[in-house]
Design a protein around this ligand. Structure first.
Ligand SMILES: [Zn+2]
Length: 152
């Protein structure tokens, strides 16, 4: 029963977010609904769909936009906590988040899902190889003075 069936997201030209710890595919940037969320580690994005995650137990959490029932999500390959999934939003205006996923940006790496670079390894810290791994630093500076969710 311990066999892992990892979903590999096909290269579409979209940026693919991967687990920072084990490089498992998680989501396409085309599935991002909003980039304005926050978690305790900083930026977090709301995704329509995330693959290769296990969900934890249900938990009611008070957030800046009200009470939500959520469950944490974990990488199926390495068990790292990646964010959470919204199950229920008690405030009607927040219902669009139900069934959607928050990915903590500090737990994920972004890279173009280009087949030629599919094997580029995640340890980019100390080698700058000539095949350019495209990271998403460009989209990382949106001003977020709006009030999105935050763990309290
Ligand atoms: Zn992982």
């Amino acid at each position: 029963m311990g066999r892992l069936l990892l979903v590999s997201l096909p290269a579409t030209g979209a940026i693919i977010y991967r687990c920072k710890h084990c490089d498992t595919h998680l989501a396409y940037d085309t599935d991002i609904i909003a980039r304005t969320f926050r978690c305790k580690n900083g930026k977090a994005y709301l995704f329509n769909r995330i693959v290769n995650v296990n969900v934890g137990s249900k938990d009611d959490r008070m957030m800046t936009t009200g009470l939500h029932t959520v469950c944490d999500i974990f990488c199926v390959a390495c068990g790292a906590i990646l964010g959470w999934k919204y199950l229920v939003a008690f405030d009607k205006s927040q219902r669009y988040k139900e069934g959607k996923f928050i990915l903590d940006r500090s737990t994920a790496l972004a890279a173009r899902g280009d087949a030629a670079h599919a094997h580029a390894h995640a340890d980019h810290a100390h080698h700058h190889h000539h095949h350019a791994r495209v990271t998403s630093s460009a989209d990382d500076d949106d001003p977020s003075d709006d009030e999105d969710d935050q763990h309290m």
